[in-house]
Design a protein around this ligand. Structure first.
Ligand code: NAD
Ligand code: USQ
Length: 401
């Protein structure tokens, strides 16, 4: 297939672009390198030493003979995006190009506004560009499980049948997101459903859980292809953070009680899910929703798994409950359906099989690059303007609950 990956310099986008290219699809990538700029802004860097995108693409071509075309630009710039779509005429566009960190969107008003403009305008532009130049194209858009929040009922895949006053209908599942970032995804979902309805576009909203790991078959071909691995308090996701913390003997930073339960998946399953969605496109006018995760864990369960895995490697990692910076339920019911991608052929990787290879060993390999000053959460949900300052190890004890 001819697939265009928006956000191809990012964590999921890079892994997906290589995977699709290796599978023989004709792949192009779009990125404006905003993510690298946010690292500079925050004074953080990925654990792994990623190369500039042009160098990575050249290395990929030299190693495999597969060429991936690069378009540098901002998806919120309609002229750039529509011209790119017009030139490429892809069969599928996989849209990863958003600001994806909940804490980044909660720093202050400016960051909340930026996140919503970047994400909502980028997606709207894509919908308009597809409608104008390639209306048959399938939009595969990364949403998030966080759109649903943590309701006290089972979470369905996008839609739920509701009985009300003797009548019944299938309606979008209620959304209760927990950050301005997660809200941007809800707005995207609504815009996509509306565009499919009025213009007959075809779209799949992949409500993805928290992704972990950095190892895929493609990136391990050569050090030049290595993917990013974020562990700082803003962009680092919880499991990546715990593994890096364990690697340097830092207490694992469980926020509050640690009962927060989320869906998780290995990056190798992310790339496969994206391919499955592309190969099985939505019908015209259809906006499908797939819940894209393979297992669910509470934060405390993850910390305990990392602690055990660390012991096998001779690492002692204490679990420390610290005051949670977010406004979120710390103990709650959570049961989300996730069968549609399995039905399409996904064969999940399980965390118990990959914790050591895909995570702990990477954290240990790059241990010298770990900056412990980025471990403690400083962005607080209740604060309208967070002071971004570097933490010190000493401040950990002040925040313990
Ligand atoms: P990432 O930050 O690593 O990658 C996003 C990429 O998009 C970056 O390279 C960035 O430069 C680019 N980008 C952002 N705004 C852009 C713009 N306006 N124009 C062009 N390029 C732009 O993020 P990721 O972890 O790869 O996440 C990708 C997508 O998957 C996001 O939409 C995110 O919400 C979703 N998602 C991620 C996770 C996860 O755990 N990483 C989980 C669920 C959903
Ligand atoms: N958490 C801790 N300790 C930490 C870091 C996080 O207890 O050191 C907790 C958080 O409070 C939260 C949970 O772990 O309850 C998950 O946090 P996270 O930062 O790993 O994930 P989240 O903010 O939800 O965002 C990530 C991605 C985002 C994606 C989302 C999927 O950054 O792009 O949309 O996962 S989901 O969680 O399903 O919404």
């Amino acid at each position: 297939m001819k697939v265009c990956v928006l956000g191809g310099d990012g964590y999921c986008g890079w892994a997906a672009a290589l995977y699709l290219s290796k599978k023989g699809h004709e792949v192009s990538v779009v990125d404006n390198f905003a993510r690298r700029t946010w690292d500079h802004e925050l004074g953080v860097q990925t654990l792994t030493p990623i190369q500039p995108l042009a160098d990575r693409l050249r290395a990929w071509y030299e190693l495999t003979g597969h060429r991936i075309e690069l378009f540098v630009g901002d998806v919120t710039d309609y002229d750039f995006l529509s011209t790119t779509i017009d030139n490429l005429r892809p069969e599928a566009v996989v849209h990863f190009a958003e600001q994806r960190a909940a804490p980044y969107s909660m720093i202050d008003r400016k960051h909340a506004v930026f996140t919503q403009v970047n994400n909502v305008v980028g997606t709207l532009n894509l919908l308009f560009a597809i409608r104008e130049f390639q209306p048959e194209c399938h939009v595969v858009k990364l949403g998030t499980m966080g759109e649903y929040g943590t309701p006290n009922i089972d979470i369905e895949e996008g839609y739920i049948r509701v009985e009300h006053n003797g009548r019944s209908d299938v309606l979008p599942f209620p959304k209760q997101p927990g950050s301005f970032y997660h809200l941007s995804k809800v707005h995207d979902s609504h815009n996509m459903m509306f565009a499919c309805k009025i213009w007959g576009l075809r779209a799949t909203d992949l409500n993805q859980g928290v992704v972990y790991g950095t190892v895929t078959d493609e990136v391990t071909l050569d050090e030049a292809l290595i993917n990013r691995f974020d562990y700082d308090e803003i962009f680092g996701t919880v499991l990546n953070r715990f593994c890096v913390q364990a690697a340097v003997g830092h207490p694992l930073t469980v926020y509050g009680k640690g009962g927060q339960t989320r869906g998780f998946l290995d990056i190798r399953d992310t790339v496969r899910c994206v391919e499955l969605a592309c190969l099985n496109p939505a019908g015209r006018g259809e906006c499908r929703v797939y819940n894209q995760f393979t297992e669910q864990f509470s934060v405390l369960e993850l910390a305990e798994m990392v602690q055990l895995a660390g012991r096998e490697l001779g690492l002692e990692a204490e679990i420390r409950h610290i005051a949670g910076p977010r406004v979120e339920a710390e103990q709650h019911y959570y049961h989300a359906k996730h069968s549609k991608l399995i039905d399409l052929g996904l064969k999940p990787h399980y965390l118990s099989d990959s914790l050591l290879d895909s995570l702990m060993n990477i954290a240990i390999k790059y241990r010298d690059r770990i900056d412990t000053a980025t471990f403690l959460p400083q962005v607080r949900w209740e604060s309208a303007k967070n002071e971004r300052r570097r933490s010190t190890a000493a401040s950990l004890s002040e925040t313990v609950i």
